[in-house]
Design a protein around this ligand. Structure first.
Ligand code: PPS
Length: 566
């Protein structure tokens, strides 16, 4: 018999007496330190938000979910929820054993009864779940490079749920929200999952949808993994609080959802609809481009704008929910109100601003048009996004040995110091190898570690409003992307590919290393017998064969000025 969705929330929490026993038992169990992403998934298993899951998926559930969007029991569930571990850890455990799942700070969070341990088929998972293996897709990239190679599945017994580190009053569980909705006497609840701050378009859309249905609006702000000191997160939550005050008193609730988005478009929208139902929302607003993954390497959207709605709608009866298609809203300047695109009266003046355009205005410290949002919301967001002229940045020059990186970097650093807007730090490849990374070799593993170290230092400089100029070879795409993501959270990241062709670099051979590598005296030399993965979308690409180093440095400065940093 297939259990219908949204009935009773599963409760995997052990009683106090059982928890004490488990804490004792755990002393002799192998421990897995949960990664931030895994902790968030576990939190949703433990609070019932992922009902009917009672743990991380075993092999049968996983296979069935990947292939058919259903658990092995037949219950609809479109997204794998797995515990990924290293090969070493996987080799140390067997089905039938128990493992301790620990909070990154060491506390026992849960005990898992291991049912299966298996090597992940990531290529298949990417194609089935995301519909693509293109690594431009953030979910595919994370699966391919962030997710550990083995999966462990089994039910859990919850011992101590992670406690919220901020905004505890908004970290409500499904049962707390269900109680609240019942207490309010709300016969219908419309859930809206917000991954970005709300502005007037979203506020007016949700007001009109909930108003037309006489329903209570439930804004579940998707927070995912929050790094400590993440100013964006704090500002976003404060802006959500400001936004919720724009609704009639008692007509809307705000909660923070610890869901880590996979950007899986339609499958993710369906998954979120199930989670929303668990949280007490019988109706679910599916947005255009819901859980979007942006565009692929050819500039095409991974999913169509209505794909998400169509998939949720096709399953709404089975789920016992109502899917609501959120129309695209535009500002009707003639009437000073937001209306669905399709309902703009003829002859009316229409204005719109995309999320990216809005971010760019904030970044430059430019005025945001009054019609777009409310001053309180903008003020909160501005605190986390000072204008670029007051942000730090990293210029990350990457290219082959002898391509001209160091020469350009030195000139650039001097010109930035002349400009005087920020303290400047030069992290040249050779110099870093003498100090920060003196013990490292040129193996792939060590090169990645070297770049991570450079990235870490550059991120600190950037966070503290300085300018870092880095000039390593950085031959591998994956670690360059990780550094971009790390630094992008705290300031500007400008990747400059010094694209001087290998023949020219070899002819220059300033240190005689190409010659040595060709003679077999250096193994793993980039450009000769070790790869250089060309950057796909650098902010600038400069070939020092055609352009002088001085001009290259000026071009970087011009770019920085055009983007508002200088
Ligand atoms: S990496 O790959 O980013 O970690 O390299 P990086 O730290 O920038 O160090 C590059 C400089 O080290 C010298 N060198 C080598 N480069 C590449 N491959 C091998 N095997 C190697 N051995 C020594 C080389 O002079 C590089 O300097 P640049 O300025 O790039 O020519």
């Amino acid at each position: 018999m297939i259990e219908p969705h949204g009935g009773v929330l599963v409760d995997v929490m052990a009683s106090p007496a059982r928890s004490s026993e488990l804490k004792q038992d755990a002393l002799s169990l192998l421990s897995w330190d949960l990664l931030p992403r895994q902790l968030r998934d576990l939190e949703l298993i433990m609070n019932g938000g992922f009902s009917p899951l009672r743990g991380f998926m075993d092999r049968a559930d996983y296979d069935s979910v990947v292939e058919d969007m259903r658990l092995a029991s037949g219950v609809l569930w479109p997204m794998p929820v797995v515990l990924d571990v290293t090969e070493e850890f996987a080799g140390a455990i067997k089905p039938g054993e128990r493992i301790a799942l620990r909070h990154p700070e060491g506390m026992l969070t849960a005990v898992m009864h291991v049912r299966d341990v298996w090597r992940a088929d990531k290529a298949n998972e990417a194609k089935k779940v995301f519909g693509t293996d293109d690594e431009t897709h953030p979910g595919v990239f994370e699966l391919t490079h962030g997710v550990r190679p083995f999966y462990v599945g089994g039910e859990i017994e919850g011992v101590e749920a992670p406690t919220p580190t901020s905004f505890a009053d908004l970290a409500l569980s499904p049962s707390e929200l269900r109680e609240r909705f019942a207490g309010l006497g709300a016969s219908h609840v419309v859930g809206y999952h917000a991954e970005r701050p709300l502005h007037r378009a979203e506020i007016e859309l949700t007001k009109s949808v909930a108003g037309a249905m006489h329903a209570h609006l439930f804004v579940n702000a998707v927070t995912g993994v929050v790094a400590s000191g993440d100013r964006d997160h704090y500002a976003a939550v404060r802006s959500f609080k400001a936004a919720i005050s724009k609704y009639e008193a008692g007509s809307a609730s705000l909660s923070l959802l610890p869901l880590v988005t996979r950007c899986a478009g339609p499958r993710e929208a369906l998954w979120q609809a199930i989670v929303n139902k668990n949280y007490g929302g019988g109706r679910f607003l599916v947005q255009r481009d819901h859980a979007s993954a942006g565009t692929d390497s050819d500039g095409q959207s991974f999913y169509g704008p209505s794909d998400a709605f169509q998939l949720v709608e096709a399953h709404q009866q089975e789920l016992g929910i109502q899917a609501i298609d959120a129309p695209e809203m535009v500002y009707d300047a003639t009437d000073d109100r937001f209306v669905p695109v399709a309902a703009v009266p003829a002859g009316h003046e229409v204005q719109s601003l995309t999320a990216d355009e809005f971010d760019a205005l904030l970044a430059k410290g430019d005025e945001v048009p009054d019609w777009y949002s409310y001053p309180e919301i903008i003020d909160e967001l501005r605190q986390a996004h000072p204008p670029r002229s007051r942000q730090g940045f990293t210029v990350f020059l990457t290219g082959l040995p002898s391509s001209g990186k160091s020469t350009v970097a030195n000139i650039l650093a001097a010109k930035l110091l002349e400009n005087g807007s920020r303290p400047v730090t030069l992290l040249d490849g050779d110099l870093v190898r003498k100090h920060l990374s003196s013990e490292l070799t040129f193996s792939k593993e060590h090169r990645d570690l070297n770049i991570q170290r450079i990235g870490f230092v550059a991120a600190e400089i950037t966070k503290n409003h300085g300018a870092a100029v880095c000039a390593p070879i950085a031959p591998y795409r994956k670690v360059r992307r990780l550094v971009r993501e790390m630094i992008g959270q705290v300031g500007g990241f400008i990747e400059v590919h010094i694209s001087t062709p290998v023949e020219v670099c070899e002819a220059r051979d300033r240190k005689g290393l190409y010659a040595k590598a060709k003679a077999g005296l250096i193994k793993d030399f980039t450009g000769v017998n070790d790869p250089y993965e060309v950057p796909e979308k650098p902010e600038l690409r400069l070939d020092t064969t055609e352009i002088s180093a001085d001009r290259c440095a000026d071009m970087v400065l011009e770019y920085l000025a055009s983007e508002g940093y200088l």
